[in-house]
Design a binder for this molecule. Sequence first.
Ligand code: SAM
Length: 247
Amino acid sequence: MIYSDYAAVYDQTGQIRHSILTANYLPDLLRRHSVDGRRLLDLACGTGTFAIIQAEAAWQVIGLDRSPAMLAVAERKAARAGVAVEWIEGDLRAVMLPAPVDLATCWYDSLNYLLREEEVELAFRSIYAALAPNGLLCCDVATEYFLRNYWSGVEVYEDADYIQVMQSAYDGNDCSTLVLTGWHRRSVDHWERFREVHVERGYPRSFWLESLLVAGFVVEGCYDCFTLQAPNERSLRLCWVARKPAR
Ligand SMILES: C[S@@+](CC[C@H](N)C(=O)[O-])C[C@H]1O[C@@H](n2cnc3c(N)ncnc32)[C@H](O)[C@@H]1O
């Protein structure tokens, strides 16, 4: 399963950066797209950085992810930060909550892991059901342009106790595959190797829009992510803002 051995090093290898950026971006989005209450569901919350920052900002936060290893890291970080977040192991295509939320977020390629169109539609319907009337969804997705042009080549990370090689390639068919090989140092001369294969799919903007509309959302914005500008053909990620109608 992906995001298992990788969970322990996800933050330290630089992936934490995206959560810092989205945490800084959220207030800009909410100034333009208001939210009534303080219940927030962060879908595919990963190691919990974004969820914890929002809990510190007085949101009542639920973090949902399907990887137990990512959630275990998130739980430890929340305990260290002294904040209460409810962590749920679950699938964003079948969200089940005891009570609806006012804001749902889903950041950093998480929706690109859905490789079939039907799965995206299922996810949006499930998120829609989890929201209270007038609730808001903010999510970002990697563009086809990004996957085609930036998910290619080899990247190496190295520190005293961990080495990682990421090899990625576009398959010419909307999908990019990243093979992640990591070595954890377990003792002075013993390294343990793991391998995860991550596949992401880029969908056209029109498909994301249509899927949100079909789920029942009113789409309030589509931005070149981290700005409030309209996307262009070289945008690396799109940020969608969509609302469940009040009635
Ligand atoms: C690139 S990470 C993003 C984590 C976090 N949102 C962030 O910004 O750092 C993708 C996350 O999506 C989760 N994920 C992928 N597919 C999922 C699904 N169907 N349901 C729930 N979580 C999923 C993975 O377990 C992983 O934690």
